[in-house]
Design a protein around this ligand. Structure first.
Ligand SMILES: Cc1cc2nc3c(=O)[nH]c(=O)nc-3n(C[C@H](O)[C@H](O)[C@H](O)COP(=O)(O)OP(=O)(O)OC[C@H]3O[C@@H](n4cnc5c(N)ncnc54)[C@H](O)[C@@H]3O)c2cc1C
Length: 374
């Protein structure tokens, strides 16, 4: 009698539930590797820099995009993910235009940009992707260890895993791996450069009538404006906007991210509002924000990316890395990196033992601005 051989599926730990980790895990499950767990620090939900903040103002809840404003779609593999998210009503084509804003309210539409946004706060995207994966939120992974005897990874006290995938900011990924006994990138990781960005969340007392949904800005302090963060409740007239600083502003006003002195928050808020008024020509005396909150992204975006590989994989130790320092520092870039890592892992499981991206050469990022896929 022919006996069916039991099919083993490897247990995979993914550290990081941003878009790179979620896309990678979802693709693994499509490839038949369904035994994966994503660990993420998000208190209620995953999403990392593609999540949104919900804030009560005057008794109503408002949604702010505190990092990603919109995203592009030019890569055919990413297009498949967009159609999956679109079918679940998690994303939509950006209705309003995205413009280049050159000052005093003057702007021109950015041509040929296919932009997508969330349907109900950026959270809709991670939420849809997590329907395909096993997730442990509110979980900080502090130690990972490779055991040469059993040839498996121990992830804190969460157990033993056949594969370990690290899906977040390159420097953090390297720090986590440094204590594991298997430094994946080694000293070259120091060549990675990251920038600081301040983000100001502001709720204005009424509609600003700006005429666009998002703007790339030419200003010494202000880099981007998003007024697509608005989430109106029927009783509220407030318009929620996001003002993102330039990299040089972030460097000049650098403070410890976890302990922002109130005087610094006040100074940054004043300067970013001033810059916003200058470029948009909005009269802030009449439209003083009812609410504002300045947030610092200490490791906001990479300034250089790995050349020649979309992910990193060390075949001898069953470990891989994906993230925004591998393809392009944007949602589309991290999705492409996550997809690539899933494919590499799957072929490794099928016994093709190939290293990927282990001799890192970093090149400056090509994108015109954050969020643009080169
Ligand atoms: C201010 C700003 C504006 C941006 N605007 C845009 C835009 O408009 N369009 C666009 O396309 N891109 C934009 N980007 C870039 C984009 O947000 C990022 O490139 C992308 O979201 C990164 O995804 P990721 O999955 O690689 O990392 P992340 O989103 O950072 O996700 C990593 C996750 O891993 C978690 N994590 C880290 N360490 C651990 C650990 N030890 N244990 C458990 N969990 C851990 C983190 O908490 C996080 O949730 C912007 C970025 C910033 C900062």
């Amino acid at each position: 009698i022919a006996m069916a051989t039991p099919v083993t599926i490897p247990l995979v730990a993914i550290v990081g539930g941003g878009i790179s980790g979620l896309v990678c895990t979802a693709r693994l499950s499509q490839l038949g590797i369904t035994n994966s767990i994503v660990f993420d620090t998000g208190r209620r939900a995953p999403g990392g820099r593609c999540s949104s903040r919900r804030i009560y103002i005057d008794g109503d809840i408002h949604t702010f995009y505190h990092a990603t404003q919109f995203f592009t779609m030019s890569n055919p593999c990413f297009a498949k993910i967009i159609s999956f998210l679109h079918a679940r009503k998690a994303v939509r084509v950006c209705n309003g235009c995205i413009v280049d804003l050159c000052g005093r309210g003057k702007y021109s539409e950015v041509k040929g940009l296919q932009a997508f946004v969330r349907t109900s706060g950026m959270q809709s995207i991670p939420e849809s992707l997590t329907t395909l994966v096993q997730l442990k939120v509110n979980t900080w992974v502090s130690s990972v260890r490779w055991d040469t005897g059993v040839k498996k990874w121990q992830v804190d006290d969460h157990g033993w895993f056949y594969y370990l995938l690290v899906a977040h900011n390159g420097k953090c990924a390297d720090r986590l791996m440094a204590g594991s006994g298997v430094p994946v990138l080694g000293p070259k990781a120091n060549l990675m450069q990251l920038c600081f960005l301040w983000v100001l969340l502001a709720a204005f007392p009424r509609k600003l009538e700006l005429g666009y949904e998002g703007a790339f800005v030419e200003h010494k302090d202000v880099l981007r404006i998003g007024n697509n963060a608005a989430k109106y409740s029927s009783s509220s007239q407030l318009e929620c906007g996001t003002i993102i600083s330039t990299k040089s502003f972030g460097t000049i006003h650098k403070v410890p991210q976890e302990h922002i002195p109130p005087s610094k928050e006040k100074e940054v808020t004043g300067k970013l509002l001033e810059g916003f008024a200058e470029v948009t020509d909005v009269d802030l005396k009449a439209l003083r924000p009812r609410f504002s909150k300045a947030q610092l992204w200490g490791a906001a975006n990479p300034l250089n990316v790995l050349h020649g590989a979309e992910c990193v994989f060390k075949a001898s130790h069953n470990v891989g890395i994906c993230g925004d320092w591998l393809v392009s520092p944007c949602v589309e870039g991290v999705a492409v990196s996550g997809l690539a890592l899933a494919e590499v892992l799957s072929t490794h499981w099928d016994r093709e033992r190939k290293d990927v991206g282990l001799r890192p050469v970093f090149v400056p990022t090509e994108s015109k601005a954050i969020g643009m896929f080169p």
